[in-house]
Design a protein around this ligand. Structure first.
Ligand code: IMP
Length: 177
C-alpha cells in the first residue's frame, strides 16, 4: 500500500484489506452468537456502508433479512433545524430486532437524530454496528454496539467511504496525510 491522491488531497495507508476482512469476520461471529434465534433485520445506511454491509452480511449465518436506506436531511419547521428522514425502507419493523449498519460514526449527529424514526416503529431492539468510530469527535449521545475500529479524529477514505464522492472503490482505508 502506498500514498494515494483523491481529488486534491493526499492520503496514506491506514487499514489494509486483510485487517478489515479479519475484523469483519470477528464482528460477524459476535453477531451470529448474539442473534441466534432472534431473526434480526440488518439495515444498511447508504451510501457509505455498502461495502461493509456486503462483506459483513456474507458472514452472517443466522436467519435474518437485510434492507438498505438512504438518510436525507432537510430543514424542518421546528426550532431544532434539520430533520433526518429515511427513504427506501418498506419493511415493517414492529417487534423486529434491528441492526443498523454504518460506515462511520463521527459526531454521532446523523444516527442520534435518525434513531427516533426507527423507535417509532416499535422494534423489539435496535443496535448499531459501525465499521469505524471516531471517539474524539463524538458530540451526540450515541453508543455503538458493534465497532470495527476506533480511529483518531482524522479524515479517512476507502472501503465505501468517500471524499467528495470519490475513493469509495478503494479496497483499503486511507487516512488524510
Ligand atoms: P456523523 O453524523 O457526524 O456521525 O457523520 C456520519 C457521516 O459522516 C458518515 O456516515 C460519513 O458519511 C461521514 N463521515 C464522517 N467522517 C468521515 C470520514 O473520515 N471520511 C468519510 N466520511 C466521513
Amino acid at each position: 500500500m502506498m500514498t494515494i491522491h483523491v481529488l486534491d488531497k493526499k492520503f496514506v495507508p491506514y487499514l489494509s484489506a486483510e485487517t478489515i476482512a479479519k475484523r469483519i469476520e470477528e464482528l460477524a461471529a459476535k453477531i451470529n452468537e448474539d442473534y441466534a434465534d432472534k431473526n434480526p433485520i440488518f439495515i444498511g445506511i447508504l451510501n457509505g456502508s455498502f461495502m461493509f454491509a456486503s462483506d459483513l452480511y456474507k458472514q452472517i449465518s443466522v436467519s435474518s433479512t437485510i434492507s438498505f436506506i438512504k438518510l436525507v436531511s432537510y430543514k424542518g419547521t421546528t426550532s431544532t433545524g434539520t430533520v433526518i428522514t429515511s427513504i427506501g425502507l418498506e419493511e415493517d419493523l414492529t417487534g423486529r430486532n434491528v441492526i443498523l449498519i454504518e460506515d462511520i460514526v463521527d459526531t454521532g449527529k446523523t444516527l442520534s437524530e435518525f434513531l427516533p424514526t426507527i423507535q417509532k416503529q416499535q422494534p423489539n431492539s435496535i443496535k448499531i454496528c459501525t465499521l469505524l468510530q471516531k471517539p474524539e469527535a463524538l458530540l451526540h449521545p450515541l453508543e455503538a454496539d458493534y465497532v470495527g475500529f476506533q480511529i483518531p479524529n482524522k479524515f479517512v477514505v476507502g472501503f465505501g467511504l468517500d471524499y467528495d464522492g470519490y475513493g469509495r472503490n478503494l479496497k483499503e482505508i486511507y487516512q488524510l496525510e
